[in-house]
Design a protein around this ligand. Structure first.
Ligand code: GLY
Length: 585
C-alpha cells in the first residue's frame, strides 16, 4: 500500500510509546524532546489510556462513564451511566424519550450482542397515518406533532443492558445523572446555540418553553446553572422502580396524559407492550478485519458491510486519499448501496429483508463491476427518486472500553435535534419524532431525503428503519475499533470512511476522524463534500458527471476508540465543540 512505509514508521513510534507512557497522556505539546507518539499522524492526536475510556459528544457525560470504570464498573455499567447522563446534559440527542441500538462485546465470552431498543409504532398507527386530504404527506404532522413519536425504547434498552451485562445496580449508575439534573450544571455555548437554533419548534410547546427557555423566550443563558427538577424526578423514579416506572408507573401516566392532551397515539398499553430485542449482529470481513454492526431495523450494518465488500475489490490504499478518483469510487459504491436500502430494508419482524443476498461478496463484486472508473452513473439509471431537505439531523454516539476488553458501541436518538420539540409535562424529557423514519408513502422522501418501499411502511408495533451504525471491528479475534456517529442518512457513509481511513490508509483514529468526508445516498442524486475538499477536486468530480452540492456541509460526529497493542486511543470528532474523551487514568 502507498502509505505502507509511513505506517510502519508510525507502528514503531507507537511501540516506543508503549514503553514510554505511564498511564494516560493528553497530547498537545509537541515540543522538542516529547515522546515520538506526537509524530503519529500529526497534527491529529488521539487521547491515550491503558485502563479504559469513554468517548461521547459531551464531556460531563464522558467523565461520568469514566468515573464508573475507575470505580470498578465494566463497559456496560459505564455505557448505561453515560447514556442516562447524556439525557441530562445533551437534550438535543441524549434522551429518555427516544430509542437506539447498542452493540456489546463481552470479552470473557468472546461474544457480541446487538440490542435493539428502537422506538415502536403505537397500536393506533397505520399505513396512511401521515397522508393528508389530497393524498400527499403531511410532513408537519409526521415531524412536529405528538403523532410523530414512536413508543420510546431508551429506558428499557439501558436497563436491559445493565441487568443482563452490567455489574452495578441501577441506583449506582443513575446517581451521577440524578445529581447533575438536581444540582444543575453550567449551560455551554453549544447548548444555548442549539436551543436558539430550534427555538421556533420548542417554544411552540409551553412545556418545552418552560424547560429550555427563560421567561422572555430567550434560550438558557450561557454560564447559568441549569437545574432540571422534573427530569431528576423521572430519573429517581427509574432508580427506585426500574424500567417499570417508565412503562407502567408514574412516568407512563404522565407520558400518556401528554399524548391525550395533544392528539398523540401512545397509550398505556403501548408502553406496557414495549420490548427490547436482542439480535444477532451482522458480520462482514474486510481485508482481514471482522466487522460487527447493527442488523435491521437499522440499515446501517448491512449497507456498511455491502459497501466494504464492494470496496474490497479495489486497491484503495494505492489511491490518493480524497482525490477525485477516490471520491468517485466511493460515491458510486454509496449510490448502489443506498438504492438497495430504499427497496429492501425495513423491520425484519414485519418485512422479509434479503440480508444474506445483500451481504454476499459475489453480489457486491457485480455491483462494483458496474462502476465506470471515470464517469458517474446517474442515480436515475439506478432507480428514480426525489430531492434533499435542509433539516440538520441530531443523534448521538458513544463508545466505551474497559480494562478487561469489554466494549460498548451505542447510538441513540430523538431523530431530529430535540425530537419533535414536545416535552412530557412533569417528567422533564423530550419526545422523539422517529415515526418520520418510516416511509409515509412510497416515492415521498423522509426528512433525510430517503425513499422507502413497503418494507418500511407504517404498521402497528413496527420499528421504523434506521441508519444508525454502532460498529465494532476485530482483528485476530480481538476488538480493535469501536465507532459510530450521528447524522441521519449520512451515518453509514461516515462510519464507512472511518473504517477505510483506518484500514486502507492506516491513519490513527484522530486523523481518520478529522479528515474531510463526503456523502452520496443515491437519491437525491447529489454528492455532498465537506469543507476541506479542494476546488480542483470538486471540478474534476463535476467533469466526471457528479452533481456536487453547491454548499459544503459537515457530515457526522464520530466518537471512536481504537485499540493497538493493548493501548486505547480515543477520538471525539472535532466537528463538534469540546473534547469529550474521558480516559481512565
Ligand atoms: N433517526 C435517524 C435514524 O435512525 O437513522
Amino acid at each position: 500500500m502507498r502509505r505502507h512505509s509511513l505506517c510502519l514508521h508510525r507502528l514503531v513510534l507507537s511501540i516506543c510509546l508503549l514503553v514510554i507512557l505511564p498511564g494516560t497522556v493528553s497530547p498537545g505539546h509537541a515540543a522538542a524532546g516529547d515522546p515520538p507518539i506526537f509524530d503519529m499522524g500529526a497534527p491529529f492526536h488521539p487521547v491515550i489510556s491503558r485502563h479504559g475510556m469513554v468517548v461521547s459528544q459531551e464531556q460531563l457525560a464522558s467523565d461520568i462513564g469514566s468515573d464508573i470504570l475507575r470505580r470498578g464498573g465494566n463497559a456496560i455499567d459505564a455505557a448505561v451511566a453515560t447514556g442516562f447522563a447524556l439525557a441530562v446534559t445533551l437534550p438535543q440527542a441524549g434522551n429518555l424519550g427516544g430509542g437506539g441500538f447498542m452493540l456489546v462485546y463481552l470479552a470473557d465470552e468472546n461474544r457480541t450482542i446487538a440490542l435493539d431498543y428502537r422506538e415502536m409504532a403505537p397500536a393506533a398507527a397505520h399505513r396512511k397515518l401521515f397522508e393528508d386530504a389530497q393524498g400527499g404527506v403531511d410532513t408537519d404532522r409526521a415531524r412536529f406533532s405528538l403523532q410523530s413519536s414512536g413508543v420510546p425504547g431508551t429506558v428499557a434498552g439501558l436497563v436491559h443492558a445493565l441487568e443482563n451485562y452490567g455489574s452495578m445496580s441501577l441506583k449506582q449508575v443513575l446517581k451521577p445523572a440524578i445529581k447533575l439534573a438536581t444540582r444543575g450544571f453550567e449551560v455551554t455555548d453549544t447548548l444555548s446555540m442549539a436551543l436558539a437554533w430550534r427555538g421556533e419548534q420548542l417554544l411552540e410547546d409551553p412545556v418545552s418553553a418552560t424547560y429550555f427557555f427563560q421567561p422572555d423566550g430567550a434560550p438558557l443563558r450561557v454560564g447559568q446553572i441549569w437545574r432540571q427538577r422534573d427530569l431528576a424526578w423521572s430519573l429517581k423514579q427509574i432508580a427506585r422502580h426500574g424500567a417499570r416506572a417508565f412503562y407502567r408507573g408514574a412516568i407512563a401516566e404522565k407520558l400518556v396524559s401528554t399524548m391525550e392532551g395533544g392528539g398523540g397515539l401512545i397509550t398505556l398499553e403501548d408502553l406496557e407492550n414495549y420490548r427490547v430485542i436482542e439480535r444477532k449482529p451482522v458480520y462482514g470481513d474486510y481485508r482481514g478485519y471482522r466487522i460487527a454492526s447493527m442488523p435491521p431495523p437499522s440499515s446501517g450494518g448491512i449497507h456498511l458491510i455491502q459497501m466494504l465488500n464492494m470496496l474490497e475489490t479495489l486497491e484503495l490504499g494505492d489511491m490518493d486519499h480524497n482525490s477525485a478518483a477516490y471520491i468517485h469510487q466511493l460515491t458510486e459504491t454509496m449510490r448502489r448501496a443506498y438504492a438497495d436500502r430504499s427497496e429492501y430494508l425495513g423491520d425484519p419482524d414485519f418485512a422479509s429483508v434479503p440480508e444474506a443476498k445483500l451481504l454476499d461478496k459475489a453480489y457486491a463484486a457485480r455491483l462494483a463491476f458496474s462502476i465506470d472508473a471515470d464517469v458517474a452513473t446517474p442515480s436515475a439509471d439506478v432507480r428514480p427518486g426525489r430531492y434533499l431537505p435542509a433539516e440538520s439531523p441530531q443523534t448521538t454516539h458513544f463508545s466505551v472500553w474497559d480494562s478487561e476488553g469489554n466494549v460498548v458501541s451505542n447510538t441513540y436518538t430523538l431523530n431530529f435535534s430535540f425530537g419533535n420539540g414536545k416535552s412530557v409535562a412533569g417528567a422533564g424529557f423530550l419526545l422523539n419524532n422517529e415515526m418520520d423514519d418510516f416511509s409515509a408513502k412510497p416515492g415521498v422522501p423522509n426528512a433525510y431525503g430517503l425513499l422507502g418501499s413497503d418494507a418500511n411502511a407504517i404498521a402497528p408495533g413496527k420499528r421504523p428503519l434506521s441508519s444508525m451504525t454502532p460498529t465494532i471491528m476485530f482483528k485476530d479475534g480481538a476488538p480493535v475499533l469501536a465507532t459510530g456517529s450521528p447524522g441521519g442518512s449520512t451515518i453509514i457513509t461516515v462510519v464507512l470512511q472511518a473504517i477505510v481511513n483506518v484500514v486502507d490508509f492506516e491513519m490513527n483514529i484522530a486523523e481518520a476522524t478529522s479528515v474531510p468526508r463526503f456523502h452520496h445516498q443515491w437519491w437525491p442524486d447529489v454528492l455532498i463534500l465537506e469543507p476541506g475538499i479542494s476546488a480542483d477536486t470538486r471540478r474534476l468530480l463535476v467533469e466526471m458527471g457528479h452533481g456536487v452540492s453547491a454548499s459544503p456541509r459537515l457530515l457526522g460526529k464520530l466518537q471512536s476508540i481504537e485499540q493497538r497493542n493493548g493501548v486505547l486511543f480515543g477520538s471525539s470528532d472535532p466537528r463538534w465543540p469540546g473534547d469529550a474523551v474521558a480516559p481512565v487514568q
